[in-house]
Structures are given as C-alpha cells and as structure tokens.
Design a protein around this ligand. Structure first.
Ligand code: DGP
Ligand code: NA
Ligand code: NA
Length: 210
C-alpha cells in the first residue's frame, strides 16, 4: 500500500442522540490535527435510491417493508466503491449511521428476524469502530418533540433501542458505548479518544467485511 489506510468510523444511536453534531465535530478535529477525514451519512438521500428512501421517510410514498429494507442496504452498497477508494487513499471516514441502523430499524417491525435483516449487508466494509451514543428515552424526551418523519415515535424508538442492545452483544464488532447525556464537549472528547485509537489500529490491519 502506498499510504496508510484511513479508518472506517461509525456513529449509531436512536434519533436525537446527537450523532450528526458529533460526526461533524469529529471530522473537524481530525482535520485540524492533520488527519485527512470526511463525513458520510446513511441514508444518503442524494442518489436515485436515496430519493426513494427520502420520500418514504417523509411519508410522501408507501413502500413494502422488505422492499424498503433492501433499498436502505442498496444505498449503502452503491457508496462502497467510493468508500473503499477514500479509505485506501488514507482518508478516515466518519459515518452517521450504517448497517446497524438498518438492522435495528427494520427488525423493530413485527415479523422481521435479526438474521434476515443482516443478510443484505453481509460483505459491506466492516467499521474499525462503532460508537453507540446512549441516551435514555426520558433524556431524549427532554431534547424536545420528535419530528414528523416515519419512525419518529417514542414507542418505535424504544423498540429500536432494544434491537441495538442485542446487536451490541456481537463481539466481532468493535462497539464502544458513549454516554450521550454528557455535555457536547465531553461527548466529543470521548469520541475523539476512541477514534484516535481506531485510526492507529487501522494502519496495521486490513479493512474487514461485515
Ligand atoms: P437520519 O437521516 O439519520 O435522521 O435517518 C433517517 C431515518 O431512517 C432514521 O429514523 C433512521 C432510519 N434509518 C436509517 N438507516 C436505516 C435503514 O437501513 N433501514 C431502516 N429501516 N431505517 C433506517
Ligand atoms: Na431522523
Ligand atoms: Na441524525
């Protein structure tokens, strides 16, 4: 390899845990310390598939539940060539949601097993680090009302939280739980510490697969 690869770093959590804010702060901190880094997010609503997903989330269209699960996965797969290229070039990717959201959100619907939900994402680049921003439903409620999009209800979000807790038992994934009830600055400090470790480790091991 011509240069050291970047790390694939993912932030997960229920809605309103602060993922988007923390992804942006992490990218900025890495760049300021001279480490190439870029932010990505899933779903990426800018692609043709992403527009179908966005319209579904905004409740402007209806899609069958298996179908939408496969579209979310396809939206990750279509970005894989770009992700691999950036990582090989030495850029660390900080990703707002990934396959774990995919499994947690669909398996929270009745009639979906974890195994069925995981299958379409098998083979995706494996994150070097997945940080779960932990926030209790009560603390999330203090952050204001839910938005208008599909899935943004407290009953569904509690089911999603339980699915994430099952997924975090998988020892083949480098999960780190972050207390998201801390101040923005303290959450950022925790996230930065874990990320610098992951970047150093990624230099010495090949990118894995889910
Ligand atoms: P965000 O843009 O981060 O607010 O995410 C949009 C919503 O879509 C959010 O409620 C989480 C949900 N979501 C993200 N990824 C997936 C996925 O792969 N499958 C399903 N069913 N939902 C997802
Ligand atoms: Na949202
Ligand atoms: Na977000």
């Amino acid at each position: 390899m011509a240069c050291k690869r970047g790390a694939l770093i993912v932030l997960e959590g229920v809605d309103r845990a602060g993922k988007t804010t923390q992804c942006a702060k992490l990218v900025q901190a890495l760049q300021q310390s001279g480490r190439p880094a870029e932010m990505m997010r899933f779903p990426d609503r800018s692609t043709t598939i992403g527009q179908l997903i966005s319209s579904y989330l905004e409740k402007k269209s209806e899609l069958e539940d298996h179908t939408v699960h496969l579209l979310f996965s396809a939206n990750r797969w279509e970005l894989v060539p770009l992700m691999k290229k950036k990582l090989e070039q030495g850029t660390t990717l900080v990703v707002d949601r990934y396959a774990f959201s995919g499994v947690a959100f669909t398996s929270a619907k009745p009639g979906f097993s974890l195994d069925w939900c995981k299958n379409p994402d098998v083979g995706l680049p494996k994150p070097d680090l997945v940080m779960f921003l932990q926030l209790s439903p009560a603390e999330a409620a203090l952050r204001g009302q839910f938005g208008e999009e599909r899935y943004e209800t407290s009953v569904f979000q509690r089911a999603v939280q339980q699915k994430f807790e099952q997924l975090m038992k998988d020892p083949s994934v480098n999960w780190q739980v972050i207390d998201a009830s801390q101040t923005v600055e303290n959450v950022h400090e925790d996230i930065t510490t874990h990320s610098l470790n992951a970047i150093n480790t990624a230099h010495n091991v090949p990118l894995g697969e889910l």
